[in-house]
Every structure is written in C-alpha cells, then in structure tokens.
Ligand binder design. Structure first.
Ligand code: ARG
Length: 296
C-alpha cells in the first residue's frame, strides 16, 4: 500500500482503529479478491453523493483499488438533471417515480450525465485510483411507454464488454444510466432499474448503496445494523415507523437479493464508512441478507 495516495492513509488509520483483530481485514480481502473482479461488487451512487461528497466518494473508491479490488460503479444524476433541465426551461415531471423524458430533454440528459460521469472518473484518478468512464454502451433498453413517459427505457440486455475490459485493466468501471434502444436511440434509464439489470447479469458478491445517511434508519433515527429478510421483512413492511421511501427501498433490495446466491449481500453505507463496512465483521452501515427461515 502506498502513502502517495492522498486519502488512503486516513482510511487505513480509521479502519485499524475499528478492528477487533488483524485477521478480519485479511479474511475479507481474501474473500473479495477470490471472486472475478467484475463480480466483486456493484456499487450504486446517487447523483446527490457526487454533488455533495465527491472527494469522500473518490477516496473511498481509490482505497478499494489500492488493495486490488475493482468494483463496478453505477451512478445516477438526479439533482444535476433537475438543475440542468430547469435551467433549460424544460422542468421535470415524474410519473411513478420515473422522469418523463421528452425529445428536447435528451441532449441535456446526455450532456449532464456524461459530465457527472467524467467528474467522478477524474476525482477517482486524482485520488490515485484507476477508473474507466463508461457513460453509455452497457444498457440496451426498450421504451416503457413512449406516449406517456417519452424516452424512458427499461433495460432488456446488458452488454458487459466494457465492464470486463475495465476489470481486466484493473480499473473500476464507472457506469452512467444512459441506455440505447435496439436501433440506437438514446433513452434515460432509472438508476434502480439499471442496477437491477446489472446485478442480474453480473451476480456480484456484494451490492453496495452509498448514501449520505449511511444506512437505513430505525424509528429513533439510528442506523439499523443488519436486516435478515427471511425473518424481518414482513414485520418491517408493516411497521408504522417505516416510511414510504424506506418501504420502496426494502422492496427493491428484496428483489435484488431474490435474484442472487444466498452468499451475496447488500450493504448501505456512506463513502466515509465503506472500508469499515466491507472489511470488518461489525461493519458500519446496514447489512441486508436474504437469510433463511427455520422450518419447524
Ligand atoms: N464486512 C462484511 C460484509 O461486507 C460484514 C458487514 C457487516 N455490516 C453490518 N452493517 N452489520 O459483508
């Protein structure tokens, strides 16, 4: 490990201070390096994190690279798009959470998402990591309902060539959510749909959501440490304190995990806590597993 990477040193110090013993980090490192690198982790980053915590995010991703791990990152660009579209006088209308995308919005969406993509790639490189910009070329999609939603696509196929090439070169692939229809029309893809399609195609060992809050919050506003879907899901979905947004998130995560081997898990954490979440038993964030029900 080299101290030339500016953010790596504080991350290591932080990590060491939270370890119970040295075995933990080694054990997780071995586990994560043992899988094909494009299958180690899919990390989803919202546009807000790029906007508000770019340095922290870039440092966290460069740290993974400094220990030989290359995740596949999918980023959104919600706040950036809201701003760019309102500046262009187009505004934003949503139906069922999907951004209605008229023809005139497409060039703005392309430019804004590509910019967010390059901003993240540059920041990772500045932090000493290797990253490949893949703003498009991965998601093939079909239009969901052109009349109602315009150019919004649902992924139908995931082209992994660029992701595999990045992994071979030891780079983190940074994917944007621009899709193309079969005949090459550009479409806007909801970041959750993109993550779902990618996870289905790659079958990663870890799926990580990096957020500002760093986990799912319990009724007192503290980060929930872990959730076992087999035993906790229905109670959580019925609990009064679980709000609509969290219910959607849980549904989405259940859908992801149902599609993965039992050994895979989802973690929700923040950029600053990513290393601690991945390399310690106790973690720092919310770990969600599918779990097993005990038959009686
Ligand atoms: N490091 C392990 C992993 O990434 C365990 C994480 C535990 N995290 C938690 N929030 N309880 O799978």
């Amino acid at each position: 490990m080299t101290s030339q990477l500016p953010g790596v040193r504080p991350t290591i110090v932080r990590l060491l201070s939270h370890m119970r013993d040295g075995k933990e980090i080694r054990e997780y490192l071995q586990r994560f390096s043992g899988v094909d690198q494009e299958r180690f982790a899919v990390i989803k980053v919202g546009g807000a994190v790029i906007q508000e915590d770019l340095d922290g995010l870039a440092t966290a991703l460069a740290f993974l690279q400094s220990v030989g791990l290359s995740p596949v990152v999918v980023h959104g660009g919600g706040p950036q798009l809201d701003a760019a579209l309102s500046e262009a006088g187009i505004g934003t209308e949503r139906i069922n959470g999907l951004r209605v995308t008229r023809e005139a919005a497409i060039p703005i969406i392309r430019e804004t998402l590509t910019q967010a993509n390059l901003q993240l790639v540059d920041a990772i490189r500045e932090a000493g990591g290797r990253a490949a910009a893949v703003p498009r070329g991965v998601f093939e999609a079909q239009l969901v309902d052109e009349e109602k939603l315009g150019r919004v696509g649902e992924p139908t196929k995931v082209h992994l060539e660029l992701v595999a090439a990045a992994a071979r070169a030891g780079q983190a692939a940074i994917l944007g959510c621009l899709g193309e229809t079969h005949d090459g029309r550009l479409v806007n893809i909801n970041a959750d749909s993109a993550v779902r399609a990618l996870v289905h195609a790659l079958q990663p060992y870890k799926v990580v959501f990096l957020t500002g809050t760093g986990g799912l919050l319990d009724e007192w506003g503290d980060v929930l440490s872990s959730i076992n879907l087999a035993t906790d899901y229905s109670a959580l979905m019925q609990a009064e304190w679980v709000n609509g947004g969290m219910r959607l998130k849980l549904e989405e995560i259940k859908r992801l995990l149902d599609d993965l081997p039992l050994s895979s898990s989802v973690s929700i954490t923040s950029p600053a806590e990513l290393a601690r979440e991945l390399f310690t038993h106790a973690g720092a964030g919310t770990l969600i597993r599918r779990g097993e029900t005990i038959l009686s």
